[in-house]
Design a protein around this ligand. Structure first.
Ligand SMILES: Cc1cc2nc3c(=O)[nH]c(=O)nc-3n(C[C@H](O)[C@H](O)[C@H](O)COP(=O)(O)OP(=O)(O)OC[C@H]3O[C@@H](n4cnc5c(N)ncnc54)[C@H](O)[C@@H]3O)c2cc1C
Length: 391
C-alpha cells in the first residue's frame, strides 16, 4: 500500500494551520447558526488530517496521541465545535486502530479512511441510561452472518455528516446491560430518525441531535474486543485527553483575547498597570495548570503504550478521571476570569475581545459525561486504591 505521508511535502504544523484558519474564519457563524463547521472539515480532509493517526502500514502517518491532542487544542482555540468534532472522530479512530488491526473488514475501513478521509461519529449515550458509558439497553440481534440494532440515542454529534457511527450495545438480547460490544455502522447501513433538535447553549456546531438509530450490518463489523476492555484500556483515557485538549484550546484563545485587551489598555495610559493585569496573571496561572495536567497525563499514556507488557492501571484510570474533572472545571474558571478582565467588551458579541462563544462552549465541559458521575466512579476506585496520593 502506498504511504500517504504529508500533503505535497507540507509539514504537519503547516497543514494544521490551514485547517485552523478555516475553522477560525467561520467560528462565529457556525455558533450563531448552530450549523456544522463544514469549512473546517473540508480543510481537515484536504490536508488529510482525518487519517493522520492510521498506522503507516495501513497508509496513514501513525501520528502519536500527543500530536492529535495538539491538533485538537489548535482547532479548539479557533472553533470549539470543529475541535470537538475532530476529537470525537479521533477517539473512534483510536478504537478502530486498537481493536481492528486483526480484522479484514476493519483494516479495509482504515484504508478507506486514508483514501476517502471518512468521518466517524459515536452513539454511546442512550435514552434510559444517559451518560453511563458502561451500560446499554439496546442489543445486537444476530441472524446468520448479519445483525440488526435499534438504539434510542439522545445525542449523536454530526450524525448526519458522519460516514460511520460507532454504537455501543449489549452483546445479544440475553446479555446483561454491562456486557457490551462496539458496532461500527456505515452510513448506508443506518436509518437516522431525528427526534430531538440540538439547540444548545454552546458547542452549537457539533449538531448533536437525538436520533432513533436503526441499522443492519455484517457481524464482522463489530469490534472483537468486549467494550468493557475497550473503555478501560483506551477509550476513556483517549477521550479525556482529547476533550481536555479542545477545552484547553478554548481557554487559551480566551486568555489571548484578555491579554490583548489588557495590552491595549496599557497603551492608552503609558506608565500605569491596567487593573486587569493581576487578574490576567491569575487566569494565566490557572491555564498553566491545565497545560501541565494534560502534558503529565499524555506522558504517562505514551510511556504505558511504549511498554508492550504494560496495561492501564487503576492509578492511570484515576489520573485520567482527575484530568477530565480538573480541566473541565479550570478551563471554565479561566474563561470566566477573562470575562471579568474584558468587561463589556467581552460580554458583547463580535469584536476582538468578545468571549460569549467561549464561555457558552466551555460550559459543556463539565457535563460531557457529568463530572459528578465521574467523581462518584473515581470515589469507588479510591476505596480500593492502596496509595491514593500516588495516583
Ligand atoms: C458537546 C457534546 C457532544 C456530545 N456528543 C455525543 C455523541 O456524539 N455521542 C454520544 O453518545 N454522546 C454525546 N454526548 C453526550 C455525553 O457523552 C453524555 O452522555 C451526556 O453529556 C450526559 O448527559 P446527561 O447530563 O443528560 O446525563 P446523565 O448521565 O443522565 O446525568 C444526568 C445528571 O445526573 C448526574 N449523575 C448521573 N449519574 C451520577 C452518579 N452516578 N453520581 C452522581 N451524579 C450522577 C450527572 O452528573 C448529571 O448531572 C455529547 C455531549 C456534549 C455536551
Amino acid at each position: 500500500m502506498k504511504p500517504v505521508g504529508a500533503v505535497a511535502g507540507a509539514s504537519l504544523a503547516e497543514r494544521v494551520r490551514v485547517a485552523v484558519a478555516a475553522a477560525a474564519e467561520h467560528a462565529d457563524e457556525v455558533d450563531r447558526d448552530g450549523r456544522f463547521p463544514s469549512e473546517a472539515l473540508t480543510a481537515l480532509k484536504a490536508e488529510r488530517l482525518m487519517s493522520v493517526a492510521v498506522p503507516p502500514e495501513m497508509g496513514g502517518e501513525g501520528a502519536s496521541l500527543g500530536e492529535i491532542a495538539w491538533i485538537c487544542s489548535e482547532l479548539g482555540s479557533a472553533c470549539a465545535s470543529a475541535g470537538m468534532v475532530f476529537a470525537m472522530h479521533q477517539i473512534n479512530m483510536a478504537n478502530l486502530i486498537d481493536c481492528g488491526m486483526d480484522g479484514a473488514w476493519h483494516r479495509e475501513l482504515m484504508a478507506r479512511t486514508v483514501a476517502e478521509q471518512l468521518l466517524f461519529a459515536s452513539a454511546t449515550t442512550e435514552a434510559g441510561v444517559g451518560g453511563d458509558l458502561r451500560h446499554s439497553i439496546c442489543a445486537v440481534e444476530a441472524d446468520g452472518e448479519r445483525f440488526t440494532l435499534a438504539k434510542a440515542a439522545p445525542v449523536i454529534s454530526y450524525g448526519e455528516q458522519a460516514d460511520a457511527i460507532f454504537a455501543t450495545a449489549r452483546r445479544d438480547a440475553d446479555a446483561p446491560s454491562s456486557d457490551q460490544v462496539l458496532c461500527v455502522l456505515m452510513k448506508d447501513q443506518c436509518e437516522l430518525d431525528r427526534f430531538v433538535n440540538w439547540d444548545a447553549l454552546g458547542m452549537r456546531g457539533t449538531c448533536s441531535h437525538g436520533y432513533r438509530l436503526k441499522a443492519e450490518a455484517a457481524l464482522e463489523q463489530i469490534l472483537p474486543m468486549p467494550f468493557a476492555d475497550i473503555a478501560a484500556e483506551s477509550m476513556v483515557a483517549v477521550s479525556h485527553l482529547l476533550w481536555s485538549s479542545v477545552w484547553a484550546g478554548v481557554a487559551s484563545d480566551a486568555l489571548a483575547r484578555a491579554q490583548a485587551f489588557v495590552t491595549a489598555e496599557a497603551k492608552k495610559q503609558p506608565g500605569s498597570i491596567p487593573p486587569g493585569a493581576a487578574r490576567l496573571a491569575e487566569a494565566f496561572t490557572r491555564y498553566r495548570m491545565i497545560e501541565g495536567a494534560i502534558r503529565e497525563c499524555l506522558e504517562r499514556w505514551e510511556e504505558m503504550k511504549a511498554d508492550s507488557d504494560a496495561s492501564p492501571t487503576l492509578s492511570l484510570a484515576l489520573a485520567m478521571n482527575a484530568l477530565k474533572v480538573c480541566v473541565s472545571t479550570t478551563a471554565l474558571e479561566v474563561v470566566d476570569e477573562t470575562m471579568m478582565i474584558c468587561g463589556l467588551q467581552g460580554y458583547k458579541n463580535g469584536g476582538p475581545y468578545s468571549l460569549g462563544r467561549h464561555l457558552r462552549d466551555i460550559h459543556s465541559a463539565r457535563l460531557m459525561i457529568g463530572n459528578d458521575r465521574i467523581l462518584s466512579a473515581a470515589g469507588q476506585m479510591l476505596l480500593i486504591q492502596r496509595q491514593p496520593r500516588r495516583a
